[in-house]
Design a binder for this molecule. Structure first.
Ligand SMILES: [Zn+2]
Length: 403
């Protein structure tokens, strides 16, 4: 197989010369579910070996609303339209329907080579009990195949009341975390800094990670992230913190952005960027071509030492009609949009090691003796060929071929 040298443990790299794509030819010996031997192959002898990658990690999706576009469509493509359709869909939620959605999504994710997924879930809204029952059931069913993390995406004020405490207990039992959405518009007139402080206290008390939809807007006035950083600087949290989106950061001045990025890095807050949904929703107005990509400033954040992962976010729901839980399709979409070159380490990390670290997984996706035999093989031999054509994937899990 062909493998990115940047995802090979340095001890195996001696004498290996990567090609222009940063790839080297390797042969693996697999014993049971583990890689036990890694040998270099000559570059010239086998030019058409398949490009392989570590099994994928999804750092941010929404399993409970996946594939609801047909019953909750949003033909305007606006954020307001998506929210309306989403809230409408809550009214008719049943545990069976949500479980079927989650199961269908996980089947696709499994066959496309995911090994772990973090999903935000609409909890604390109408239909919350059905969602929680479905998630608890599905987590049990998939436990042996996929590592799953649940984040309760609740109204921010919920975390300040008794139902918030109950929900935090549920999330702790699931090994999950607390979340919500904050931006300049949704927080107008609300005591959101106090509510956010309460969320952080609850997370610390229950040992729950935190992952917030933060500043998902191109409006430069949206600076809720800085409110979070103020709170964390006053009282550091003993649990992992992730922010998702951070779109408005890209609209701040370079100096302002540099300062925010340094604060994020110092507090070890990671960021998940979500190109598909951002491109679909941001800078949208009727009969006007979008000018902005709506993405967080990924490269500047990386330069400041912030861990940045790329996620798939919404799949065929009112917030984005596309997607299919296919990690290589997400790369194919995200590479031209983000300019994250896969032949460079900084381009590979957001799709491989960074999501693994966001989820706190034991394997970072780097190939070494003793690592899991969990791989995705593409049909291509170069990154150019991956970008050129949709890929038929072969997936190896625990040393056995799935497809
Ligand atoms: Zn999301």
């Amino acid at each position: 197989m062909r493998w990115p040298l940047a995802l090979l443990e340095p001890g195996h790299c001696r004498g290996l010369k990567p090609d222009g794509d940063g790839l080297v030819n390797l042969a693996l010996t697999i014993n049971g579910a583990t890689v036990t031997r890694i040998e270099p192959l000559p570059q010239i002898a086998k030019p058409h070996l398949p490009l392989a990658l570590p099994a994928a990690v999804e750092p941010h999706c929404h399993l409970d609303k996946a594939f609801t576009w047909s019953r909750a469509p949003n033909p305007s493509g606006t954020i307001a339209g998506a929210l309306d359709a989403n809230l409408q869909e809550h009214q008719s939620r049943s545990a069976t329907a949500v479980a079927e959605r989650i199961n269908g999504a996980l089947q696709k994710a499994w066959h496309h080579g995911y090994r772990a997924l973090r999903s935000h879930l609409d909890l604390g809204w109408v239909g919350s009990d059905a969602t929680l029952a479905a998630v608890t059931h599905m987590w049990d069913i998939w436990r042996d195949r996929l590592q799953l993390q649940a984040i309760a995406m609740a109204p921010l004020e919920l975390w300040s009341g008794a139902s918030g405490v109950n929900l935090a207990r549920c999330m702790a039992r699931l090994g999950g975390g607390l979340g919500g959405a904050l931006d300049h518009h949704s927080t107008q007139g609300s005591p959101w800094p106090q509510q956010l402080a309460q969320l952080l206290r609850l997370a610390a008390d229950h040992g729950c990670m935190v992952d917030l939809h933060m500043d998902e807007t191109c409006d430069p006035r949206s600076r809720c992230l800085e409110g979070l950083l103020d709170l964390l600087e006053q009282e550091p949290l003993p649990v992992a913190i992730t922010i998702s989106h951070g779109c408005s950061l890209a609209q701040h001045t370079p100096e302002h952005l540099r300062r925010t990025a340094e604060r994020l890095a110092a507090l070890h807050v990671s960021l998940v960027s979500l190109p598909t949904t951002n491109l679909w929703l941001q800078d949208r107005s009727s009969r006007r071509t979008p000018r902005l990509r709506g993405l967080a400033p990924i490269h500047e954040l990386q330069d400041a030492g912030v861990m940045v992962a790329i996620g798939g976010d919404n799949v065929a729901d009112p917030w984005f009609p596309g997607g299919n839980f296919d990690p290589v399709e997400l790369w194919r979409f995200a590479i031209p949009v983000t300019h994250l070159h896969p032949w460079e380490q900084r381009g590979l990390t957001p799709f491989t090691s960074a999501p693994a670290q966001v989820l706190g997984l034991s394997w970072d996706g780097v190939l070494r003796n003793g690592c899991p035999a969990d791989l995705i093989l593409t049909a291509a031999s170069s990154w150019q060929a991956v970008l050129a054509t949709p890929q038929r994937l072969r997936v190896l899990r625990d040393g056995l071929w799935l497809t």
